[in-house]
Design a protein around this ligand. Structure first.
Ligand code: URA
Length: 231
């Protein structure tokens, strides 16, 4: 891989910035200054330093965001700011959200540049767990637990068994193993109940418990492995 690509993909700077850094002799490969941006680096074994600090190569990024309201789960939109605006330092990585949360929904949203993994995680075949905290405008009837467990007719097909835990009259936790358009809101609406606030506590086992709304973090290597094994 070209040295300028290695540095740009690692987040050191844009392609034109890293070209200048290379020309300015601030980059070393295996201990030697390299001043040609087309120098070929083996990302599996070469040691690249920028200002004498190692730059590790990473092809894929996995970021867990606690999405605030008012942001759209996309990379571009005409009306609302896209969630990627919340992670300016990762612009170089071309991240995109894995699946969607509504503009008014908060909580766990994974962003990555690994298209294969994203595709698998949102594929109906993989039944990734999604845990939602739901606040509603009417008392939640007890029998909804059983009804959601059996599945209800939405979009002309039966929803997969969902786990509803009623916390109190107006609050519940709902775990879905699928992710259809506006699924939580539509499941409650079917019983004339409106969702007032919706927060996704966890996606694919990744919890936003320790992230304030708007905060994000890279997954740990264990989480990455778990996710990739989850394919
Ligand atoms: N279900 C919804 O209705 N909205 C979301 O944002 C996620 C799940």
């Amino acid at each position: 891989m070209r040295l300028d690509k290695y540095l740009a993909n690692s987040g050191v700077g844009t392609r034109s910035v890293v070209k200048r850094l290379i020309k300015d002799k601030r980059v070393k490969v295996n201990g030697e200054i390299v001043s040609s941006d087309s120098f070929n680096v083996d990302e599996t074994k070469d040691v690249v330093l920028f200002d004498d600090l190692e730059v590790k190569y990473k092809e894929f990024y996995y970021i867990l965001l606690n999405k605030p309201q008012g942001y759209v789960s996309a990379v571009i939109d005409n009306v609302y700011p896209p969630v990627t605006d919340l992670l300016p330092e990762y612009r170089f990585a071309n991240l995109f959200p894995v699946g969607r949360l509504d503009v008014d929904t908060t909580g766990a949203l994974l962003l990555t540049n690994n298209g294969d993994l994203a595709h698998k995680l949102i594929s109906p075949k993989y039944h990734v767990d999604k845990v939602y905290e739901v606040a509603v405008d009417k008392k939640i009837p007890e029998n909804l637990v059983e009804i959601f467990k059996k599945g209800i007719d939405l979009y002309g097909e039966l929803t997969l068994p969902a786990d509803l835990k009623i916390i109190n009259n107006f609050h519940a936790e709902l775990t879905l193993h699928q992710g259809k358009f506006h699924q939580v809101k539509r499941m409650f609406k079917k019983f004339d109940i409106n969702v007032v606030t919706l927060n996704r506590k966890a996606f694919a086992g990744l919890s936003v418990e320790n992230l304030a709304v708007g905060e994000y973090r890279e997954l740990t290597s264990d989480e990455e492995k778990h996710l990739l094994g989850n394919k």
